[in-house]
Write a protein that binds this ligand. Sequence first.
Ligand code: CTP
Length: 216
Amino acid sequence: MSNASTIRCLITAGPTREFIDPVRFISNPSTGKMGFAIAEAAVEAGWTVDLIAGPVSLPEPDDVILYPVVTAEEMYHQVDALFDACDILIMTAAVSDFRPVTQHAQKEKKGDASMSIEFERTIDILKTVCERKAHQTVVGFAAETNNVVEYAKKKLEAKNLDWIVANKVGESGAGFAADTNEVLLIAADGSSAKLGPTTKAAIAKELVQLVTPTMS
Ligand code: CTP
């Protein structure tokens, strides 16, 4: 744990990629903008920031320690390595839930390739590290297209979180890729605060203030 004056924050951002062969993967439309905005707001608040990012095309924020990763497995190992030392984990990453059972070492030739791919679940990073949650405050994101608040509350409980950000995705002006967002920040005690619609930078600033852990 950091000393009382410095909050050490671990943020994950962006998508992960799960490879079928060296030139093909499954992923999702996350761009990392929300996570990077939170990293910048956290630095502005005086926090020490470790930022674990999947493949994104964003400039590296000033004054963060950046850990680039590609797959869910790599992201898990990096979160696992840094979790015990952090005071707050903010998990904005859109982790791929599935990966191909077989990752071919060489490019599959289309004439020979099977038309079906067998998938297996990736590790649930948040759920796994929260099983050993001690002093940390943990904030998850719930990317939902429907029943947003209901599903977000279920995740808050199932993953042993302190906060969850219910984020409707799949519409313009919110969620993946947009510069603006509108979310509901829900606490473990059931209270909530609506943030936005506004820029991701403004949401990030407000979010950082609201989830600031009390340091002893
Ligand atoms: N998450 C994670 N590891 C995964 C999948 C998700 O740590 N393998 C985290 C995300 O970073 C996010 C939270 O769990 O903070 C919720 O992610 P989301 O994709 O909304 O939900 P899932 O848990 O994947 O559940 P579902 O796909 O059924 O909605």
